[in-house]
Ligand binder design. Sequence first.
Ligand code: SAH
Ligand code: SF4
Ligand code: F3S
Length: 477
Amino acid sequence: MYDNNPTLMGIRKEIDETKQGEVFFKETANDGGRHFYIESYGCQMNFSDSEIVASILSEVGFSPTRNMENADLILVNTCSIREKAEDTVRQRLRIFDKIKRNRPGTMVGVLGCMAERLKSKFLEEEKLVDLVIGPDAYRDLPNLVATAEDGEKGVNVFLSREETYADISPLRLDSNGVTAFISIMRGCDNMCSFCVVPYTRGRERSRDCYSIVAEAKDLFENGYREVTLLGQNVDSYKWQHPDTGEVVNFAQLLEMTALVHPDLRIRFSTSHPKDITDEVLHTMARHENICKYIHLPVQSGNSRVLNLMNRTYDREWYMNRVEAIYRIMPECAISSDIITGFCTETEEEHKDTLSMIEWANYSMSYMFFYSERPGTLAARKYEDDIPQDVKKRRLSEIVRLQNQVSFKHNQADIGKTFKVLIEGDSKKSDQHFKGRNTQNKMIVFPKVNGLKPGDYVRVKVNDATSATLIGEVSSEV
Ligand code: SAH
Ligand code: SF4
Ligand code: F3S
C-alpha cells in the first residue's frame, strides 16, 4: 500500500541522505520484524502527530503493535497543558519501566509537549527514558532510535519555523475508517497567559493548502467520510504559494476542502474568538458538508479576567461573534473551553462565566480549573491565589450548569430528524450504531439491515440525555 506512495518515498529519500539514517534503514531492511507501541495524550493535534510518527517508523521497518509487551520501542506522546496531564504520563512511565525490566533492550521514548518542555532534563528525571523528541523533530526519530540502540540516549527538541510534515502520509492508527484528522497548521503565536502551548509547539505556521486538499481526497477515496482540520487557531491559517505569491486564508481552505466531494464532511478545531471572520461563517453556511458546529473557547465570561488571560477579546466581542454565528447559521451548535479560578478571579467574575454558558447556549464544554504552568506569562506575572477548594467548587458549579444547558439543548432535538454519518457500533451495544449529526451531537440508534459505518442515514430523535441523542432510522426526508 505504501510502496507506490510518492510522499513516503520522499521521506525515504531524506532518511537515505542522512548518514545514520542510511545505516539504520539498511539494518531494519534486514530484520523487518520490529514493533513500536505508541500511546497518545493531550489534544487531537497529538493524536494526529502520532500518526505522522507511525508513518515515519513504518518506513524504517517498524510495525505498530497494540501490545506494549511485544514492543521493541515504546513511545508516549505527551501533553503539558495541565499538571495532571504530566502526572498521568509519569505514571505510565512507571508501567513502561516494569516492561523494560522484563524485556531488556526495549527502548522508551517520550514525544510531544512534555518532551519539549523538559528537554534533556527528562533524562535526568526519568532514568528509563532513552529518547526525548519534541513535536518538530519527528523526522529525526529513526536516527535517534539508532543512537539509542547503540546504548546512547538521544534528544532532539529543535523547534522549527517551517516544519509541517506536509509530505508525510499519516499512518492511521486506531481508525474507524470513517473519520480522520488533518493537521493544517502547527504551533501558536498567541500568548494566552495561562498556556504552555506556544513554548512546547513553537511558532505558528500553516501547511501547504494543496497537500491538505490532496490528503482529504485520498481519505475520501479510501472510504473516509469526515475530516477534521486541526490547528490551535485555525482562523489564522494563512498559506502563501512560494512561486505565485497566492495567499489562501482559512475560509478559502474550508471551501477548497468542502469541494473535494459533497459526501465528505468537514469539521475544524479550534476557532479563536478574536480571529473567526464572517467570511468563514458565510463559507460554512454555503456548504452543506461543512458541519454546523464551532468550538469557540471563551475561557472566561468576564472582560477583566480575559484581559489578564491575554485572550485579546472581551465579553462584548465574544458575544458579538456568537450572535454572528447564530444569525448566519441559526442551526449551528457552539461549544467552549472554560477555565475556573484563574489568578484573582472573584465570585462576581465567576458568575459572568456562568451567565455566559446560558447566554451562548453551549451544546457542551470542556471545563478545567486553572493549573499554573512553569514559564508561562501568568506564572511569571500573577500569583496563583485562588485556593484549590474554591477553584474546584467553581468548576463543579460550571459543570453542573453546563450539564443542564446541554440537557436542554439536546431535549430541544426530540422529534427532529437529522442526517447522521454512521461511525460504528455504539459503546454499549453491538445492536446499535452510533454516529454524529452536523452539530457534532452523538446519536445512538438501533441497527437496520443494509447500513454500515460510513453511510449517511436519516435518524429521528425520540429521547435525549445531556450527552447523547437516542433515535431510530427514519424514512422522512
Ligand atoms: N488553542 C486552543 C486551546 C488549546 S488548549 C484555544 O485557544 O482555544 C485546550 C484548553 O485547555 C484551553 O482552551 C484551556 O481551556 C485549557 N487550558 C490551557 N491551559 C490551561 C491551564 N494552565 N490550566 C487549565 N486549563 C488550561
Ligand atoms: Fe494556548 Fe491561547 Fe494558543 Fe490556544 S490560542 S494554544 S490557549 S496560547
Ligand atoms: Fe497538550 Fe501539547 Fe496539545 S500541551 S493540549 S498536547 S499542544
